[in-house]
Design a protein around this ligand. Structure first.
Ligand code: SAM
Ligand code: SF4
Length: 338
C-alpha cells in the first residue's frame, strides 16, 4: 500500500471532511464578523458520491479515521444515508463528527445505527443568555439534551469543545470541569484562533492561553492529575479530578502548537484538499475529478491518489498563527471545518 507520508516523516491517517459551509448557528468566532455570508453555490459543494470515492482512495493510502464537520454537518440533507455508505468503506476504522449538537437529540440514534462511532459537541457556555450571545441562538437546553442522547446512544467518547473567550466564558471553566465528575465526558478547552483580520478586530483581547486557565484550575483543584488519554483523543493533554468519571483537557494550537504530531489533512466543502488548517494553500480536487468522466473509475481513483499525495507532500512543517506576523490566514472556520 502506498502510504501518505509528508516531507517531514509524518504519516497522514486522518481526513477531516467538511460536509457543508452552512450552519444553523452564528458563533461569534466562526461566522463573518459583518454577518455577510458568501455561501458556496449548491452545485459547487462536493457531492456525497464524490466524497465516498475520495474516502475509498484515501483509505487505500492508509487513512483510517474520518471526521465529518462543517459548517454544521447535521444540516446537510441525506447525512445519515451518507454515513451508512461511508461506514462500508474498506479500511476505515473510525468515523466521527464535530457538531454543535442542536439536532443530536433527534438524530443520535440514527447516526449510531448508520455507523457513526463518536461525536465532539461544541458548547461554549452553560448559561442560557451567554450561549445565545455566543451562538446567536437560544439553543442551550436542546444542546444539553443532545449531549445526554449522545451518551445514551454510545457515541463515545463524547467530547465537549469549549472555545476559550476571555471576558465571556473564562469564568465558566470550573462549571465545565464539574461536568466531568458525574459524566464520562472529555471536556476540551480550545484556544481561540483569529483566522482573519475581521475576527482579529472584532475579538481583540479575547484570546486567553490554556496555560493561564490550567494554572487557575490547579490552584483550585490541586488534586487534579494528568491522565493518558485513550485512543482517539487527539492532540489534547488531559487531566482528571479525583473520582471523576470524565476528564478535561486543552487544545493549545496557538500557545504550544502540536504540528510535529499532526496526522491529518482536510477536504473542504467545495472539494479542495487543505494540507494545514492554518495555512490557506489548497489543492482543487473536485475540479480535477469533474474533468474525468464517471465511467473512468480507475482514472478517477488515480487522480485522487495523486492529489492526496501532492497535498500531503506540501504540508508545512508548522503553522505561523500567533507568531506576531499579520494576516497569516484569511478564512472563517465555517468554510473549512475546525
Ligand atoms: N458546527 C460544528 C461545531 O460547531 O461543532 C462543526 C464545525 S465548527 C467550525 C468546528 C469546531 O471549530 C468547533 O468546535 C468550533 O468551536 C471550532 N472553532 C470555530 N471557530 C473557531 C475559532 N476561531 N477558534 C477556535 N476554534 C474555533
Ligand atoms: Fe456553526 Fe459550528 Fe461555526 Fe458555530 S462553530 S457557527 S456551530 S460551524
Amino acid at each position: 500500500m502506498e502510504k501518505l507520508i509528508d516531507s517531514y516523516g509524518r504519516q497522514i491517517r486522518y481526513l477531516r471532511v467538511s460536509l457543508t459551509d452552512r450552519c444553523n448557528f452564528r458563533c461569534i468566532y466562526c461566522s463573518p464578523a459583518d454577518k455577510v455570508f458568501h455561501f458556496i453555490e449548491h452545485e459547487e459543494i462536493l457531492r456525497f458520491e464524490e466524497i465516498l470515492e475520495i474516502a475509498q482512495a484515501a483509505a487505500e493510502m492508509g487513512i483510517t479515521k474520518i471526521r465529518l464537520t462543517g459548517g454544521e454537518p447535521l444540516v446537510r440533507k441525506g447525512v445519515i444515508d451518507f454515513i451508512s455508505q461511508l461506514s462500508q468503506v474498506n479500511g476505515l476504522e473510525d468515523i466521527s463528527m464535530t457538531t454543535n449538537g442542536y439536532y443530536l437529540s433527534e438524530m443520535a440514534h440514527s447516526l449510531r445505527s448508520a455507523g457513526l462511532n463518536r461525536v465532539n459537541i461544541s458548547l461554549d457556555s452553560l448559561d442560557r443568555r451567554k450561549f445565545k450571545r455566543i451562538t446567536g441562538f437560544d439553543g442551550l437546553l436542546k444542546v444539553l439534551r443532545g449531549i445526554e442522547t449522545a451518551l445514551q446512544e454510545g457515541l463515545i467518547p463524547v467530547k465537549i469543545n469549549v472555545v476559550l473567550l476571555k471576558g465571556i466564558n473564562d469564568d465558566e471553566v470550573e462549571n465545565f470541569i464539574k461536568l466531568t465528575i458525574d459524566k464520562p465526558l472529555a471536556v476540551r478547552f480550545i484556544e481561540f484562533m483569529s483566522t482573519n483580520r475581521q475576527l482579529q478586530e472584532t475579538n481583540e483581547g479575547r484570546f486567553i492561553s490554556a496555560k493561564v486557565i490550567l494554572e487557575r484550575i490547579m490552584d483550585k483543584y490541586p488534586d487534579a492529575h494528568s491522565v493518558t488519554a485513550e485512543k482517539g483523543c487527539g492532540p489534547a493533554s488531559y487531566y482528571q479530578l479525583p473520582g471523576g468519571q470524565g476528564m478535561f483537557g486543552f487544545i493549545t494550537a496557538i500557545s504550544q502548537h502540536f504540528c510535529s504530531r499532526c496526522n491529518r489533512i482536510r477536504l473542504t466543502a467545495e472539494g479542495n484538499l487543505r494540507p494545514c488548517l492554518l495555512n490557506d494553500r489548497e489543492l482543487e480536487l473536485k475540479k480535477r475529478l469533474r474533468e474525468i468522466p464517471q465511467s473512468q473509475t480507475e482514472l478517477r481513483k488515480d487522480a485522487i491518489k495523486s492529489l492526496l499525495k501532492e497535498a500531503v507532500l506540501s504540508k508545512p512543517i508548522s503553522h505561523r498563527l500567533g507568531s506576531g506576523e499579520k494576516d497569516v490566514t484569511n478564512f472563517d472556520m465555517s468554510q473549512i471545518g475546525g
